[in-house]
Design a protein around this ligand. Structure first.
Ligand SMILES: [Zn+2]
Length: 425
């Protein structure tokens, strides 16, 4: 389990680099996009799961529905598969996918369809306490050749989030006929826009004024709904490319018929989640830690306020501030490229600095370092962060053996200007 934990820490740091989740539109070459990520990855990340790491096997007929507000759903987001190509964040070993599906079965988690998910959200049905919603983004051909046979074998429903420009059947993409065959065997089709634009394109358009922006939203979110509905029947869910979403998109989405939209912010979905910002775990091909976190329903995750429906990463307003200076400060709003999270603990008496640990929502425990001279405990961010909120949890022991903790949360404005020079304190 220790090795597993190390692996989890190693690549958990990639969890929320939302911009890097997705392949570049119309350039579906995962090798080119993720070559760097593959290097140096611990092989154990995709070794088979040992038997003793499974939850005790649960029989499906022993899993009963619970009151609606007691259900939590982990939405899993996958991309591309291969049994031979080097794994990357975007490309998973097919056998690893099978192992994950087997884990879900043995753990007694209930895989639900998009329709069941939406009915539960609307208050029209109940579900078991621990549910899984499987989604696959973009429309890679390997979804049909590699993942689909496994999903069919397990009887798991799934959702395909397709962007229409990629739906050509050329090269690595699915054909409409393959999608239709999967629809007849458990697949729901959702929209992933027309051309899979990145934030820079949206921001550039925003400068051209609200009319231009609305036109682009219509062209990307509205037209894809129309096209996909023509091909596959009514489409009413959306998945933000790269997880990037704005109020300007959301205000127009009901007009296209979307009732739910999915982000790349990890967290369990509750009945009271904001419908157009539903959390989702992006499952990487070269690191199983996010999957493990997704299927772990034992405790509410740090920073995920299950009962109130607050967005993941937000601590309750009643949380006392840390007894030392921190950066970013509690309730501060920062740009996505803020350089580091720092706890200035020099003024705290009796700290045994060898025991200090930092956890960050969406990342788990992070490799924070202690500066010997200043006693600042700091984690330098590995990437830009596009999650709306982060909560930080610092624990330590004093030399007298007593345990202590401090927590705070802050917000990130995805539209704030990105600085080019780091300003690490
Ligand atoms: Zn995508």
């Amino acid at each position: 389990m220790k090795a597993l934990f190390r692996v989890l820490m190693l690549a958990a740091s990639m969890v929320v680099c939302a911009q890097e989740y997705e392949p570049v539109p119309m350039n579906p070459d995962p090798m080119a996009l993720d070559a760097v990520v593959t290097e140096g990855v611990d092989d154990s990340a995709y070794l088979p799961v040992a038997d003793d790491e499974y939850a005790e096997e649960v029989k499906p007929d022993e899993v009963l529905d619970v009151p609606r507000d007691q259900t939590r759903v982990a939405v899993l987001g996958y991309h591309n598969f291969s049994q031979t190509a080097p794994v990357t964040r975007m490309l998973m070993r097919t056998s690893e996918f099978r192992e994950q599906m087997e884990y879900i079965r043995r753990a007694g988690l209930t895989v639900i369809s998009m329709q069941e998910f939406l009915e539960w959200r609307l208050g029209n049905r109940t579900l078991p306490a621990r549910c899984i919603l499987i989604t696959l983004d973009d429309g890679w051909k390997s979804v049909y050749t590699d993942a689909y046979p496994i999903l069919k074998e397990y009887g798991y429903p799934f959702t395909l989030f397709l962007y229409t420009k990629f739906l050509s059947g050329r090269g690595d993409s699915l054909t409409p006929d393959q999608v239709k065959e999967m629809q007849a065997n458990g697949a729901t089709v959702g929209s992933h826009s027309v051309s899979h634009l990145y934030p820079r394109s949206w921001k550039k358009c925003e400068k051209e004024g609200p009319d231009a922006y609305a036109a682009l939203v219509d062209a990307e979110l509205g037209e894809s709904q129309k096209k996909l509905s023509e091909l596959f029947g009514s489409v009413n869910t959306y998945c933000y490319p790269g997880g990037y979403h704005t109020a300007g998109m959301q205000e127009r989405m009901p007009g296209y018929g979307y009732v739910a939209a999915f982000t790349v912010v990890p967290g369990k979905v509750t009945a009271s989640e904001v419908p157009l910002q539903i959390p989702r775990y992006m499952i990487f091909g070269n690191d199983s830690s996010v999957f493990r976190s997704a299927v772990d329903f034992r405790v509410a995750q740090l920073g995920t306020v299950v009962s109130t429906g607050a967005s993941p990463g937000t601590l309750p307003a009643s949380t006392p501030p840390p007894p030392f200076a921190v950066s970013p400060q509690p309730h501060e709003t920062v740009a996505p490229d803020f350089p580091a999270i720092t706890a200035y603990m020099s003024g705290v008496a009796g700290v045994d600095f060898s025991t200090v640990q930092m956890k960050v929502s969406g990342f788990g425990r992070v490799p924070a370092t202690v500066d010997k001279a200043t006693r600042a405990v700091q984690w330098v961010l590995p990437c830009r962060i596009y999650m709306p909120n982060l909560s930080v949890h610092v624990t330590w022991k004093n030399t007298d053996g007593t345990s202590h903790k401090a927590e705070w949360s802050f917000s990130i404005d995805p539209n704030a200007p990105i600085k080019t020079v780091n300003s690490t304190p």
